[in-house]
Design a protein around this ligand. Structure first.
Ligand SMILES: [Zn+2]
Length: 407
């Protein structure tokens, strides 16, 4: 399989974020090229595989020579303006469908409809459980009323969502007690959390392990696939507590529910995630964050991810956030790395029909099956699934325009 052969491969990006819709200064641009904080104090964030990829591959999309210096790149980006930059780079990414985590409260990000229009993609929402709980707290819930208030708020969000997400790794670590907490435990925990909030008067941030577990179980009971952040992240994270192997107890305890658990990112624990996906029927995984960031080394990471996992358990995501460059490079590197992995199978005598089947599974078909999506390009609402209590809604599509009643 030659890399060119996968250039037209249809992609479903099952976990990504929106892009910044305002002009970015050079420092703001650089900050989005790192998960760290204050990294520019010690050197440029362009001084990495990712930075070189932006200069080498994104510069020509913006009309610059390949390898343009960072200063020139930042200037050109500002001159073109965010709408044009996003339209060009998202268009070149050629991703058919994006599942967008809307749980980040970054006011710079484009709306779902604007993202869909810029990309020419179908866009669906992934709802963050902790954000829903924090909104319930901010609206003035009580210890006794929290469980019901959360259930009501979550039910209101389900019609617009194709999946849910937990950031347990950030808020506590994945090493939680597996079982679902009982009503009395939830009442007591909610009382403690809400009392602490009213004392501090800060923005609610849920980190109580009992409530985090309650959210996960409630999420899984909806039947919608639950994305769980694993592995690499920003400085809020204790990396060792983000190893997906730490989730084994919860995975075992939830096996009977059968709701898909989607292990996100997983790098550098992607082999641990591959093992979990290989032995538990309801577990799936990706190497989203790593795909654009490891750049030309992507084939190594994809090989490590796919070496033990069934092909029907591995998905594409970019985990792109803020920069359209990350959407473009994610798609480009994934197609490139997958072509290299599949070339190894071709060399062993597997024909194009077999390698194309595998490519299609990981690029789009697994996501379409697990999230019950219609294949991209077919503009019609997805059908309600008997496995879901939340129902489904028409996707946002670029052709539907900004007056789309999708929400
Ligand atoms: Zn993400």
């Amino acid at each position: 399989v030659a890399p060119e052969a996968l250039e037209g491969l249809r992609l479903v990006d099952h976990h990504c974020h929106s892009v910044v819709a305002s002009v970015l200064s050079r420092p703001a641009l650089e900050d989005l090229l790192s998960e760290g904080q204050g990294m520019r104090a010690t050197g440029s964030n362009f001084d990495s595989f990712m930075g070189l990829s932006v200069r080498r591959w994104c510069a020509p999309v913006l009309g610059l020579d390949p390898g343009a210096p960072p200063e020139e790149y930042a200037e050109r980006r500002a001159d073109l303006g965010p709408a044009e930059v996003n339209r060009r780079l998202l268009g070149q990414a050629a991703v058919g469908t994006m599942l967008v985590d809307t749980g980040l409260g970054d006011p710079r990000l484009a709306s779902m409809n604007d993202l869909a229009a810029s990309a020419g993609s179908t866009v669906h929402e992934i709802v963050r459980l902790e954000v829903v709980a924090e909104q319930v707290a901010a609206a003035g819930s009580s210890g006794a009323g929290f469980a019901d208030d959360f259930a009501t708020a979550l039910a209101q969000r389900l019609p617009g969502a194709v999946g849910l997400k937990s950031v347990l790794a950030y808020r506590h670590g994945l090493d939680v007690e597996p079982r679902a907490p009982g009503p009395a435990e939830v009442r007591e925990a909610a009382g403690e959390w809400l009392a602490g909030l009213s004392a501090s008067a800060g923005r609610p941030r849920l980190s109580h392990p009992v409530l985090l577990r309650h959210l996960i179980w409630e999420g899984l009971r909806t039947g919608l696939p639950l994305q769980v952040h694993c592995g690499y992240g920003d400085t809020d994270l204790d990396l060792l507590k983000a190893d997906p192997a730490q989730l084994t107890g919860l995975i075992r305890a939830t096996a009977d529910l059968g709701t898909p658990i989607m292990l996100l990112h997983c790098y550098p624990f992607h082999r641990n995630a591959a093992y979990l996906a290989a032995v538990y029927p309801h577990v799936y995984f990706d190497v989203g964050f790593a795909v654009p960031w490891v750049s030309q080394a992507v084939a190594t990471v994809l090989s490590e991810a796919m070496e033990t996992a069934p092909f029907h358990k591995f998905l594409y995501s970019s985990d792109a956030y803020g920069l359209a460059e990350l959407h473009y490079l994610g798609a480009k590197r994934f197609r490139q790395g997958l072509a290299q992995v599949l070339a190894g199978l071709s060399a062993e005598g597997w024909d194009d029909a077999e390698t194309t089947r595998i490519a299609t599974l990981v690029a789009s078909a697994n996501a379409e099956r697990v999230y019950a999506l219609q294949p991209a390009g077919i503009n019609r609402p997805s059908l309600p699934s008997a496995a879901r209590s939340g129902g489904s809604t028409p996707p946002r599509t670029p052709s539907a325009g900004s007056s789309s009643p999708a929400r």
